[in-house]
Design a protein around this ligand. Structure first.
Ligand code: PLP
Length: 366
């Protein structure tokens, strides 16, 4: 018998680890159905149903997040792949300006691209950058304030061969970079802006929260997770690219047996060809929740985070989204060790937590 105790109960309301989503009954049901149908969502011809539901889900997502309706959307495995695809589209577009076809000619001898990130960038875009041949250590790291937001006056000179990778939702503090200011600075110089909004971009779905993301719509590409705040089963995320041609050019391939693409072909927006029909779950979540349901879900999480922060008197700066950072003593144990600690301030006598050696602003966090 499998040891079910070894499964982590992250679908419960009292799971506070990492930034991990739960699931909705409807998304689990959609996942089971799509698995039972064994749909290959790569091509329209291999699953007209998956292609259509993906198309509808993409349209709804763009509307919900207030992004341009003509944008290109790819359903990928999560934010890391979404970052990869958004940055690949950026690489394509910038090099094309210089007459360089990256997909055909590769990176050797290509004109140089400068990549700018915040000092507290998530490792996910760094991984994407390393996979794309940019090198995770070749990036320019811009200093941040105490919340983890990039300081616009510390940006290096920008030009039309620069990619600025911003963050909507710092994993430690929930902080959001000054999106409007930096997007305008980048636009003026022809630089490409990519936003890693793995969880923070969902704030755009709420009228109460969207003001914290002011200017997010000015970017060129966005990455977000569906398996976090939309509560679909793992693995699920989306890349969104303002100009769909850039994403399509970076991702698509052609083979004699693949029908010509007059309409949207799902595989043309993702790195994979054959893949599972994850768009079915996204469609089910959006259909069941509706716009107001998604907004309520986001707002409820933020209220809980604020309450959590209030109750933990030693909390750091109030979380801007659903993340907060609680300063703790330097860790004594191993990373991931399950510890128990009495905390009078939580209202619960015993807090059981996995200790991770998170560092934020030079301080250890819980
Ligand atoms: C800001 C940010 N970017 C990227 C990621 C990576 O997301 P995924 O694990 O879905 O690839 C995370 C995960 O927590 C995140 O918080």
């Amino acid at each position: 018998m499998p040891n079910f105790k070894a499964a982590v109960g992250n679908t419960g309301g009292r799971y506070f680890g990492f930034v991990i989503g739960g699931s909705l009954p409807v998304t689990v049901a959609a996942n089971w159905l799509a698995a039972a149908w064994d749909q290959n969502a790569g091509l329209k011809i291999t699953s007209p149903l998956a292609a259509k539901l993906e198309e509808v889900a993409a349209e709804w997502l763009l509307e919900l997040l207030g992004l341009p309706p003509q944008a290109g959307v790819g359903f990928v495995t999560g934010a890391t792949m979404a970052n990869f695809c958004g940055l690949a589209a950026a690489r394509h577009a910038l090099l094309k300006r210089k007459g360089w076809n990256i997909e055909a000619q590769g990176l050797y001898g290509a004109p140089e691209i400068k990549v700018v990130v915040g000092a507290e960038v998530h490792v996910s875009p760094l991984k994407a950058l390393s996979l794309l041949g940019f090198g995770s250590e070749r990036v320019i790291r811009v200093p941040i304030n105490s919340e983890g937001e990039m300081l616009p006056d510390q940006l290096p000179p920008l030009d039309d061969m620069t990619i600025v990778c911003l963050q909507a939702g710092n994993v430690n503090s929930g902080a959001i970079d000054p999106l409007e200011e930096i997007c305008r600075m980048a636009q003026a110089k022809g630089a490409w802006v990519h936003i890693d909004g793995a969880f923070g971009l969902w704030g755009a779905a709420s009228r109460q929260i969207v003001h914290q993301l002011k200017g997010y719509e000015l970017a060129d590409s966005w990455a977000t997770d569906l398996h976090k705040w939309l509560n679909v089963p793992y693995d699920s995320g989306v890349v969104i690219c303002k100009n769909p041609q850039n994403l399509r050019a970076a991702m698509s391939i052609n083979a004699a047996y693949i029908p010509p693409q007059e309409e949207r072909e799902p595989y043309a927006f993702t790195p994979e060809m054959s893949r599972r029909a994850r768009g079915v779950e996204a469609w089910a979540a959006l259909y069941a929740l509706g716009k107001s349901g998604v907004a309520a879900l986001i707002e409820r999480s933020c209220l809980h985070a604020a309450l959590f922060a209030k109750k933990l008197k030693r909390a750091g700066p109030a979380g801007t989204t659903d993340q907060d950072f609680f300063r703790d003593k330097p860790p004594a144990g191993r990373n991931g060790e399950i510890r128990k600690r009495r905390r009078k301030t939580t209202g619960h006598s015993l807090l059981r937590y996995a200790q991770f050696h998170a560092l934020c602003g030079g301080q250890y966090g819980l």
